[in-house]
Design a protein around this ligand. Sequence first.
Ligand code: CTP
Length: 404
Amino acid sequence: MTATPEQQTVLVGVTGGIGAYKACELVRALMRCGFRVKVVMTDAATRFVTPLTFRTLTREPVATSLWADEPGDPVHHVSLAQEADVVVVAPCTANVLAKLAHGRADDLLTTTVLATEAPVVLAPAMNVHMWRKEVTQRNVDALRARGFVIVAPGSGELACGDVGEGRLAEVAAIAEAVEAEARRARDLAGVRVLVTAGPTYEPIDPVRFIGNRSSGKTGYAIAEEAARRGADVTLVSGPTALPDPFGARVVRVTTAAEMREAALSAWADADVVIASAAVSDVRPAARSSGKIKKDALPDSIALERNPDILAELGAANDGSRVVVGFAAETGDPVAEARRKLEAKRCDLVVANDVSGDLGFGTDANRVWFVTGDAAEELPVLDKRAIARELLDRVSALVRRKRGT
Ligand code: CTP
């Protein structure tokens, strides 16, 4: 069966655990939600449930092999990876979890997961001791950090007789996670998003500059996640060591003045502005065209102020755009964020505390989302998860502004 234009395709990966029989219920639940469902099974999974069971339930062919049956058949792992709006692996054994955590691709399912750009939900199920092993937990953390959604196993009596965590999560909880990802996969379709990211470098001479320790990771994660959710993304980036995020238009700049110019030209067409850049507040008043020799270095450098790009964009907003700022603070993050929210006329400010180990250059961060009437504290999350949470709020703000 082919999907109707508005119907999304969910690819269900089934691996070799006793919970495989519950994947039948999951498939039915997802079909009841309106999804077109296709199933990929590992070899081990076929020992628990037959492909025929899933073929009958889904009325779709069930793929089990990397190798196309006929010369004209599609390259399975690529076509399935592209077709899927969401991939869910349930049950996901410890072995498949480990393979995915390390990017191994030695069968159809693991190859498809590696090849897909769609969000991936994993529902691990295994013996309690296997689940609790540090190596398994590290694999889970690594996957979560890369943006995989983990539906944690439940606790109780396991098929092997042991009691503890490891039981496949409830089918309803897995289906709910898939639905949430399916909504996210499209919620920014047609929305034009401008993201500023990274530091700016303000040259003193051709080799020296004033800059800061921003890695750009948060802004890049936001740009990539927004593009994945269907947005038309322009990323204006200061100097970073990061590769261009997939799906975004990238404008690389060096100084605050260049960033301002690039941001202003993208602003005209933007629905959303997310200013995550750590723009240098000042620049040397004069720039030497040649390298200043050691003996000629001045004792002090005269500075002048850089334009505040976010404040300028906030002031120019007629209310139709969603404007998001960041506040990196060592004091009271929420109070400062609220001040910046008003001063720079933002709809939301992401406050983060950079006084401890978290913040610049790290992969995880603790943030607050501060709006006119609320301050929401999030747990310590990796930057990708923060991007996901932030874009959930942005998407709601866009809908509110559009009255949809
Ligand atoms: N920002 C900007 N242009 C600047 C300075 C900041 O666009 N010249 C934006 C940042 O991208 C961020 C927000 O403003 O979204 C807050 O930046 P921050 O450096 O925390 O605040 P400042 O305005 O510099 O205030 P202060 O130094 O007093 O904390």
